[in-house]
Design a protein around this ligand. Sequence first.
Ligand code: AFP
Length: 334
Amino acid sequence: MLNLISLKEFIINTKKDFSYPIDDLVSILTHIEQAAKSISNDIRNAGLAEHVLGTKGSQNIQGEEQQKLDVIADLVFIKAFENSGLICGFASEENDDFIAFKSDAGKNAPYIALFDPLDGSSNIDVNVSIGTIFSVYKRISPLGSEAIIDDMLQEGSKQILAGYILYGSSTMLVFTTGNGVNGFTLDTNKGNFYLSHPNMLMPENGRLYAMNEGNIKECEIGLRDYITYCQSRENQTGMPYSGRYVGSLVADFHRNLIKGGIYIYPDVLSAPKGKLRLLYECNPLAFIAEQAGGLASTGRKRVLEIKPEELHQRVPYYVGSKQMVEKAMSFLKN
Ligand code: AFP
């Protein structure tokens, strides 16, 4: 039997790497861990419980149909944080506006949290991997007051913690605090996450590309040329790359993190600014990608340097192995 290191043990052992109070990090991750276990449990039993599968009959601010599990996951995270004394404000793609926690515990909390509570939710009903994506920032408004919009609209480079939970063939928690990337697997018998993927590094190059190619005719010419390059024998492998697209960003990203690859969601006619949300999807995974030696770009600009202008802002997204993202960018016209 392996000598397993639990999530809590790991954080305490590496506390020198975190520039904020270690107790805060332990507490924030413990809240996320508890919530993740509850959501993971709902997902694992989804087909057997009436309240879990299917649509909610409502839409989020972006006009996307909400699944029951989207709403359940969002509430689980809000509840986890509202009286934690850690998080003063919470925003997610499920709510029109951010939530400022109004209790004394909320007003005196030093951090804000941004969440995509359930990414890839159109895959829920068909039993395909889905995920949660999160990031945490230090608030910029004064302690003792309610969180403000400026707390939410910080550059991704200011994240102090980012991660995801992948509800795949096993449930995994992967995160960074800016000192490398580590992955933990949920032991469902013990109910704890244990270190299973220490110091994750994304291969510099790969032979997997992930993109919804149904959109290919609606993409700019440079991207079309790059995809043709991926499918040709002109690339560094001398063989066509393999196309792999789950349609859940977390799952596609995680596979590329381990095996090497690129994920692309460009601007297309139906989504002129791209589909993915800067705050809830692109920034957290960009932080992880860079910490693992990869890259994240809009195709023209480093994602982590964008100053957000609105909560639900979307951007084109190229993320993955460094040399693959650089190659894709070299095909795009300025
Ligand atoms: P949903 O959560 O609405 O299913 O969107 C998932 C997602 O944001 C990302 O996880 C996928 O990679 C991408 O959208 C899939 O979008 P397409 O269905 O347009 O390919």
